[in-house]
Design a protein around this ligand. Structure first.
Ligand SMILES: *[C@@H]1O[C@H](CO)[C@@H](O)[C@H](O)[C@H]1NC(C)=O
Length: 236
């Protein structure tokens, strides 16, 4: 089973493409000259899209439709959380810690991005009680413990680690749009024509979330709250 699938049921083959679509795929692919990250989630509440895509090579033909079968080559890499904004920390990390969701406004107000969160000189228990106004000592401790778990998992699984790839498995990944792939991949592939190659970066709530991903042996492949990068190519 491919780890990027969320369910066991995998599609067996790609949907057939119309002959006219196939003919156009003969035209040469174009490399994009400018680096332009395309936001794939547009939501007014966050300043940056939690999923973004950079087209590396253009594809041909039609965009896939909901439910259709698609095949991709992929390489999944851990990014590390260093680019989390205060909004990301509040929306994704804080809101998924049980019982700490009410601190969102304070986090944003104090601009607690990942750099600040992981700075042990600044983000102390005193900071939590004084600056964030957490009078409950247990809650302040819980916050620090969660922060420590996050930074520890970062250290143990450094940015740049490849956690899964179709090449390593010797098998491309086939799934039906709308079911079978994690959110970020589903979202990205919806915007990809056959032959397109793209780099996709996603926040953990569009990847493996607060659970992360473990191998069948129980080894951590993706730690909780991991930002991920995927190099994708839509094969068919
Ligand atoms: C995935 O598909 C591409 C294009 O059809 C093929 O060249 C490649 O060998 C496939 N990868 C694997 C790992 O089977």
């Amino acid at each position: 089973m491919h780890f990027i699938s969320t369910i066991l049921l995998l599609a067996t083959s790609c949907d057939a493409f119309a002959p006219s679509t196939r003919l156009t795929s003969k035209s040469s692919t174009v490399l994009f000259a400018s680096e332009e990250w395309i936001p794939l989630v547009t939501d007014d509440s966050s300043e940056a899209s939690p999923v973004k895509k950079l087209v590396l090579e253009e594809g041909n033909g039609e965009l896939p439709t909901d439910g259709s079968s698609v095949e991709i080559e992929y390489t999944g890499t851990l990014v590390g959380e260093k680019d989390w904004s205060a909004q990301d920390v509040a929306d994704c990390w804080l809101s998924q810690l049980q019982g700490l969701d009410h601190l969102k406004a304070e986090f944003i107000q104090n601009n607690i991005d990942f750099a600040l969160l992981s700075d042990t000189n600044v983000f102390t228990e005193e900071f939590c009680t004084t600056t964030l106004g957490i009078s409950n000592k247990i809650q302040a401790k819980k916050l620090l413990m969660a922060r420590n778990r996050l930074t520890k998992s970062q250290d143990e699984h450094p940015a740049g680690t490849v956690f899964d790839s179709s090449a390593e498995r010797g098998k491309n990944f086939t799934f039906n749009l709308g079911k079978g792939a994690i959110k970020a991949i589903d979202l990205a592939v919806r915007s990809m024509r056959v032959g397109e190659r793209a780099s996709v970066v996603c926040r953990s709530d569009y990847g493996y979330g607060s659970e992360g991903l473990r191998s069948s042996k129980g080894d951590v492949m993706v730690p909780p709250f991991s930002t991920l990068n995927f190099e994708l190519k839509r094969v068919c």
